[in-house]
Design a binder for this molecule. Structure first.
Ligand SMILES: [Zn+2]
Length: 103
């Protein structure tokens, strides 16, 4: 679509304005679709659960608090502890999070 600079009429691209016959400008810039690629092109494809685990680990390490980590992930306290158990994650000394080998 183009907008006539004289009469402001928006219209399909044509040599002259439909209303005032004035010359039309070039068409509106077509908005480019930018591919969001925050993982990087060469990142391995992981199951969602792996990203969930990484997100929880990162949040706990960054906040140094399970409660704040839960808030940052917009999940409840019970949920984060349940997921930590599923992912075999433990907090030690209120700071460290580590993965312990399953016995
Ligand atoms: Zn016009």
């Amino acid at each position: 679509m183009v907008r006539c600079r004289q009469c402001e009429l928006r219209q399909f691209l044509a040599p002259h304005c439909r209303r005032c016959s004035g010359p039309l400008p070039p068409p509106d810039v077509v908005r480019e679709v930018v591919q969001v690629d925050s993982f990087g092109g060469s990142a391995p494809i992981l199951p969602m659960a792996e990203y969930e685990k990484l997100a929880i680990q990162h949040a706990i390490k960054s906040t140094q608090s399970v409660i704040q980590a839960a808030e940052s992930q917009r999940i409840g306290k019970a949920t984060i502890y349940r997921k930590m158990e599923v992912f075999n994650l433990f907090v030690r000394n209120d700071l460290l999070i580590e993965e312990e080998p399953r016995v």
